[in-house]
Design a protein around this ligand. Structure first.
Ligand code: ATP
Ligand code: MG
Length: 296
């Protein structure tokens, strides 16, 4: 496996009101191609900052990152634009992330106009294709953001992030502003898209169920530093560090926010042979689309 994103010794010092805030203090990790790296940590620990520095949406104080083996430090104009087009970002608040005056079609067309030569009919075709990919109806194209639900707006956000066919997406709390009932649908969509397009994800979430469901590897941030990093099955299930253990214990788990994992075989057999009225029926159980089952 190769690394889709390599982050090396990133430092970010913000200067606010005359004093320095060391928001990120020497963070290094890799996101393997085709996998999801989950980043957790308390509020203010520097997760969003490190993700933005990694994609060079903000300039790090020092350190470097590369996407698919290509260093992005010191790049200018054209090359940086091309490399940026190979990444996408999905934000926490889907409604606020959209321009309220643009129709959904115009919103999705925007990154295409910026990063691709598509115009006119070809642009419209690709926009419609993207609507379809994220599970929205063609009728949504003419609507404005306020005429859509939060979940539908986040699908538009995902379509915008996917517009340039990126290889890497940064998902910064992609479902935390959504109703619990639609969180699982959006997570399912992200998992399907990841498989279909061999995407790599850097996922930031404060919901333990969400990171466990989505991540192959995980890192734990504390006050600007990465205190623990490794396979998700270790870091998020049986962490070595006392800090991680305390953090995980304090992290919320939202019932219903992640897709239902398939029940163990024994349960469906019980259901079949169980007394009349047994609520679980094999046919009514939603099969999970994800190999990374939530550990029960
Ligand atoms: N533009 C800025 N100017 C000054 N300080 C900032 C700026 N952006 C973030 N910070 C500070 O840097 C630190 C890290 O912020 P960051 O947003 O990266 O945290 P986070 O882990 O993403 O938190 P959350 O979980 O609340 O989103 C915080 O102390 C924050 O106040
Ligand atoms: Mg943040």
């Amino acid at each position: 496996m190769s690394a889709m994103l390599t982050v090396e010794n990133i430092v970010k010092v913000y200067r606010a009101h005359g004093s320095d805030v060391r928001a990120v203090d020497g963070v290094s990790f890799e996101v393997e191609a085709g996998t999801t790296f989950g980043l957790v940590g308390e509020s203010g620990s520097g997760k969003s900052t490190v993700a933005r520095c990694a994609l060079r949406l903000i300039e790090p104080t020092s350190g470097s990152s590369s996407i698919d083996g290509e260093p992005i430090g010191g790049l200018r104009n054209q090359t940086l634009r091309r490399l940026r087009a190979s990444t996408g970002m999905v934000f926490q608040n889907p409604v606020a992330a959209l321009n309220p005056r643009l129709t959904i079609e115009q919103s999705i067309g925007e990154p295409l106009r910026t990063h691709t030569p598509l115009r006119g009919r070809a642009l419209a075709v690709r926009t419609r294709e993207l609507l379809d990919e994220v599970g929205l109806a063609q009728a949504h194209a003419e609507r404005l953001p306020h005429q859509l639900s939060g979940g539908q707006c986040q699908r538009v956000g995902i379509a915008r992030a996917l517009a340039t066919r990126p290889k890497l997406l940064v998902l910064d709390e992609p479902t935390s502003a959504l109703d619990v009932s639609v969180q699982a649908q959006v997570l399912n969509l992200l998992q399907e898209l990841r498989r279909e397009y061999s995407l790599s994800y850097l996922l930031i979430s404060h919901d333990l169920d969400v990171v466990r469901y989505m991540s192959d590897a995980a890192g734990v941030m504390r006050k600007g530093s990465l205190v623990e990093v490794g396979p998700a099955s270790e870091v998020l299930v049986s962490p070595q560090h006392e800090y991680t253990q305390r953090l995980l214990a304090a992290m919320p788990e939202t019932p219903g926010a992640v897709p239902v994992p398939p029940p163990p075989r024994i349960r469906s057999e019980e259901a079949r042979g169980g007394p009349p009225g047994t609520p679980i029926e094999a046919s009514s159980i939603t099969p999970s689309l994800n190999e990374n089952r939530i550990p029960s």
